[in-house]
Design a protein. Structure first.
Length: 272
């Protein structure tokens, strides 16, 4: 098994593996290492013939703070000043970043997400690519891209409506607010809640074990049929969002959002 900087692979049983987010950004934030390593890690796991189910969870107190904005600065910085070539580069960057989520959703292995603590932005987009989501009572969810001047382009706007409906997706995306675990369960973002992190992991492992006990070819077939309903819409919507971000990341509002983030203050957006 390959050693990764942004995630760790643990074998729970012969048929179940856990993909643990470990950062290195604060709160398991997703930086350059994550986006480079995720597709490779997914391919490695999918190639293990004995595996029948995956669990995705975060190390420590939180699932993920989402995109590691400071960590991504070195890759995004040159694109923001690159004019038309930079805009094309931003679209290509989004295509590379979403590849791991798409591979997770499209592969043969069902995926159970176990969410404890914060699940923000790209974290929500990651769990939306999973089959089943469980959470602890202390979990919190937010789709915060609007607060940093960009459009969610990794599946949040395309997969979430199928899970929680148009109204809740629009509220999360347009207002950028947060919801607690009880609300997440009520609207269908998560299936079940557990009392704490330990109970959550126990429940996730038990569920993964029940899935792994079923005929693996049939399980893969179920995923194939259900994913076929969504694939074209997800691809089209993500491409549209990435194209918009090619423009929005060069806006004054995005620059203001970055300054406000670094200065720990509320941004003042001007619509330009």
């Amino acid at each position: 098994m390959t050693d990764y900087r942004s995630l760790r692979i643990e074998r729970t049983t012969d048929h179940v593996a856990e993909r643990v987010l470990i950062g290195p950004g604060r709160g398991n934030a997703m930086g350059p290492d994550f986006w480079r390593e995720l597709p490779e890690a997914v391919a490695e796991l999918q190639a293990e013939s004995e595996l029948r189910c995956l669990i995705v969870r975060g190390e420590g107190e939180h699932f993920s703070y989402g995109l590691d904005l400071p960590g991504m600065g070195a890759e995004l910085g040159p694109l923001l000043e690159g004019g038309a070539a930079g805009r094309a580069g931003i679209i290509e960057q989004a295509r590379r970043m979403v590849a791991g989520f798409d591979a997770l959703a499209a592969g043969r292995l069902p995926v159970v997400a176990a969410v404890d603590g914060w699940c923000i932005g790209a974290g929500i987009e990651l769990i939306a690519a999973c089959d089943i989501r469980l959470a602890s009572n202390g979990a919190r969810f937010a789709l915060r891209e609007v607060k940093v001047g960009i459009v969610a382009d990794l599946g949040g706007l395309t997969r979430l409506p199928h899970l929680i409906g148009e109204g809740w997706t629009r509220e999360l995306a347009l207002a950028g607010g947060e919801i607690d675990a009880a609300t997440a369960q009520r609207i269908g973002l998560v299936n079940r809640l557990a009392a704490d992190a330990a109970a959550l992991l126990q429940e996730a492992r038990a569920l993964a074990g029940r899935i792994a006990a079923n005929p693996p070819l049939v399980v893969a077939g179920i995923r194939q049929v259900m994913n076929a309903r969504l694939a074209a819409d997800v691809t089209r919507g993500n491409t549209e969002a990435a194209t918009l971000n090619g423009l929005l990341l060069q806006s004054e509002d995005f620059a203001e959002a970055m300054r406000a983030f670094m200065e720990r203050r509320e941004p003042r957006f001007r619509g330009r």
